[in-house]
Design a protein around this ligand. Structure first.
Ligand code: HEC
Ligand code: HEC
Length: 275
């Protein structure tokens, strides 16, 4: 083989590889990484509530039409429920208790299974309702009902009772009373009393999420991530304080006491209007 032919061959090889490289590079770039499609993004809390309320509305329609044996209308309500399935899988909430606490709900197998079961029961229901096969439709309706309850039992956060502004202010007064009593008991090293006030404070803190005011953008304060975080921080600090005070662990309890005080201030800085 002549030297020139060899160089030409090598050059040809290099060119082929270079071209392959370019095309590979391009094809791996095509679906842009951080451009998550609109319908794949996690839902905001409000989108989730809205979606669930639509499901609830469709479910109520389904029940009424079923009672009146209106097959097509009942089926179309079931179609609407089935359509919510993919959206349920974009829920951005967390696991509430147990070993997986704070992991994403939508990544849990049981959550995915319930969402899938809801879709399947809704689809089957629609099929039978359209044929006015009310026996079979009735069974699917029960299955559908079970999936709502099963998923909610594990994944729907407990709702605090909604409070009027006066009720909320009175809750804050109770919080202040407990907080003052707690500080006094801590000073006196009265473990039993300090622990009891810590528990009372925790109980009050659980009700903070009943706040019904709106922020400057007209959104419910209790649905804002930071507000929820502040309320939970206070609740947790009070819970931990109570346990430590009960055991007379005053040094560690003092740290939690600071956390409680910071908890009031953090939330007030953002949400308590200066007067
Ligand atoms: C796979 C889980 C899952 C299934 C199945 C499910 N839900 Fe939900 N639903 C949730 C979660 C999670 C929430 C709590 C959302 C929150 O508070 O952020 C919720 C909340 C709700 C709410 C309260 C809405 C609000 O404003 O807070 C209603 C009403 C509701 N669901 C109705 C239904 C009905 C009716 C069905 C059955 C036809 C159903 N859901 C099936 C997960 C599910
Ligand atoms: C998650 C938020 C949050 C936390 C935590 C919090 N507060 Fe408040 N607090 C508020 C808001 C919001 C208001 C204003 C209510 C209004 O008048 O609209 C308020 C008002 C008050 C008021 C005035 C009540 C009145 O009668 O107007 C007192 C007193 C008070 N808080 C004490 C405390 C103490 C003490 C703590 C901590 C132990 C605390 N708060 C923790 C949100 C919070």
């Amino acid at each position: 083989m002549s030297y020139r032919l060899l160089t030409a061959l090598l050059f040809a090889f290099a060119l082929v590889f270079a071209l392959a490289g370019v095309s590979l590079g391009q094809s791996s770039k095509t679906p842009k990484k951080d451009e998550t499609k609109e319908d794949e993004k996690p839902l905001t809390a409000e989108e989730m509530h809205e979606m669930m309320e639509e499901v609830e509305e469709a479910w109520n329609k389904l029940k009424i039409h079923a009672r009146n044996k209106m097959g097509d209308k009942a089926a179309s309500a079931a179609d609407d429920i089935a359509k919510a399935g993919p959206k349920l899988l974009r829920y951005d909430g967390k696991v509430l208790t147990g070993d997986n606490k704070d992991k994403l709900a939508r990544e849990q197998q049981d959550y995915k299974d319930w969402a899938a079961a809801m879709v399947k029961a809704a689809e089957e229901y629609a099929k039978y309702a359209r044929k006015s096969d009310w026996d079979k439709a009735g069974k699917e309706k029960d299955k559908l009902n079970d999936t709502c309850g099963a998923c909610h039992k594990v994944y729907q956060p407990a709702k605090a009772k909604v409070l009027t502004l006066d009720e909320f202010k009175s809750l804050m007064d109770d919080i202040k009373t407990s907080w003052n009593a707690l500080q006094k008991a801590a000073k006196d090293k009265n473990a039993e009393k300090a622990a009891a006030e810590g528990q009372a404070l925790e109980g009050h803190a659980r009700k903070i999420l009943g706040n019904d005011s709106k922020n400057a953008e007209g959104k419910l304060v209790r649905e804002q991530e930071d507000f929820k975080k502040f309320a939970e921080a206070l609740r947790k600090a009070a819970e931990e304080y109570a346990a430590l005070a009960k055991d007379g662990e005053w040094t560690k309890a003092a740290e939690k006491q600071t956390a409680i005080g910071d908890g009031c201030a953090d939330c007030h800085d953002v949400y308590k209007k200066k007067r």
